[in-house]
Design a protein around this ligand. Structure first.
Ligand SMILES: CSC[C@@H](O)[C@H](O)C(=O)COP(=O)(O)O
Length: 417
């Protein structure tokens, strides 16, 4: 069973519930946080309890749906003070402010903005709360279902593209790939973006080795070549070491052979890897019109090192991550995180003797923060960087893999439709 970042019970349309996995507590503690309102959605997104551009958009949309459900409850409507129920126009204007507030939770990933834009259009065209609720419900169900099916398509597209390229260059051996950030099931509605490509490559390797899996994912050969991915190197990835905390956790959970490496070791790992590293797959928080890509801090340097070694560098993202309004990376706002997220390290206390988590008297792992830098030091802690399109060899989407034209530019206009 794959990991689930978001639990959305839609079995009863009039009584839905939403819970999100608190990713700050992983990998030792599994705790789901209920979402009832837009404020709850804002908090889990802003504090990074939920992470990943697609997952953030889904949780944002679900928070709006939950708030509408609450507003339709007479008891709540009578006690709250923010909304004025005397007309739907007044409710609409309050809701519009609530959407602005929700959008301010994380600025860089475009998926949340794209989703809230669609919700705004529904709000404008709805005649009452019930119609708006139905519209948002249909929208969010579609968003979740399409995200999952697109991720599987992207995974296979990226994996098949690399395997075909390797076959064309006559490479028929075992290989490894690099990845950064948190791009798997925990960051999406399932399967993942860049980690989805890794998953598809691993399924292909299993099929080529005729190994039997657990049957939950159909293993299929993606081409007739003999090259097989045998290992992935996830980077530790800041902020909050999400590669170590989340990607490594997911790779262990899914039994995909992986070696976690420090962000600062990329060049040395490539130079000394026991199996050749043939590609890097990364996700995206925003891809603008010329292909410049915002992604987790460290992605730019990964692309530069890959360029140095002649290793193919692919961005993997669904069309919901495309920003068709911004021309170049210079127009992207890069979020900066609080200094203390860098100066302190939080996690589960580990018993130094046994290496096991320390538990309280109820058997629950104990969390703690420790300082790792002088409290007075000035800090710059960007969450993202922008990789110029010149360093990107291909953009993997659900529609296929986009490569550059003879002039070295991406033509992404088909994605803007
Ligand atoms: C799921 S692909 C997108 C990722 O590569 C991306 O950096 C991302 O969304 C990570 O989210 P974050 O919430 O900033 O940790």
């Amino acid at each position: 069973m794959s990991l689930e970042a978001i639990q959305f019970d839609r079995s009863h349309r009039d009584n839905i519930s939403v819970r999100v996995l608190d990713q700050l507590l992983l990998p030792y503690t599994t705790k789901y946080v209920p979402i009832y309102t837009i404020d709850d959605g804002y908090t889990v997104i802003n504090t990074m309890q939920v992470r990943g551009a697609p997952a953030i958009a889904i949780v944002g949309a679900l928070a709006v749906l939950m708030e509408i459900q609450l507003l339709q409850n007479d008891g709540f409507a009578k006690t709250q003070t923010f909304y004025d129920f005397s007309s739907f126009d007044l409710i609409r204007s309050a809701l519009s402010q609530r959407l602005d507030f929700l959008l301010s939770s994380r600025p860089t990933a475009v998926n949340l903005s794209n989703a809230l834009c669609e919700i705004r259009a529904l709000l404008a065209q709805s005649g009452d709360l019930a119609a708006f609720g139905n519209g948002v419900y249909d929208f969010v169900c579609r968003l979740i279902d399409e995200d999952l099916s697109n991720n599987v398509k992207m995974g296979d597209n990226g994996a098949a593209f690399l395997l075909d390229a390797l076959q064309q260059e006559g490479f028929d051996k075992d290989f490894a790939v690099l990845t950064i950030c948190n791009t798997g099931s925990l960051a999406t509605s399932g399967y993942g973006t860049a980690l989805g490509v890794v998953r598809s490559l691993w399924n292909d390797s299993l099929a080529k080795s005729q190994a039997s899996g657990d049957g939950s994912v159909k293993k299929r050969k993606l081409n007739q070549g003999r090259a097989k991915m045998v290992r992935v190197y996830p980077l530790e990835t800041r902020p909050y070491n999400q590669g170590a905390r989340l990607t490594a956790y997911e790779l262990v959970h899914d039994k995909i052979p992986a070696t976690l490496i420090p962000d600062s070791s990329i060049a040395y790992r490539i130079a000394t890897s026991p199996v050749p590293i043939k590609a890097a797959f990364v996700g995206a928080d925003r891809i603008v019109r010329n292909g410049d890509t915002a992604n987790k801090i460290g992605t730019y340097q990964l692309a530069l090192v890959c360029k140095h070694f002649g290793i193919k560098f692919f961005v993997t993202a669904p069309k919901t991550t495309i920003d068709s309004k911004t021309e170049t990376g210079a127009g992207i706002v890069v979020e900066e995180r609080k200094p203390n997220e860098f100066k302190h390290v939080s996690g589960t206390l580990i018993d130094i003797q046994t290496g096991s988590p320390r538990v309280d008297d109820k058997g629950k792992p104990v969390s703690a923060s420790v300082g790792v830098a002088p409290s007075e030091i000035d800090v710059w802690n960007p969450a993202f960087d922008i990789t110029p399109h010149e360093l990107i060899d291909g953009i993997v989407t659900e529609d296929g893999v986009f490569t550059k034209n003879v002039n070295g530019g991406f033509d992404l206009s088909n994605l803007f439709a």
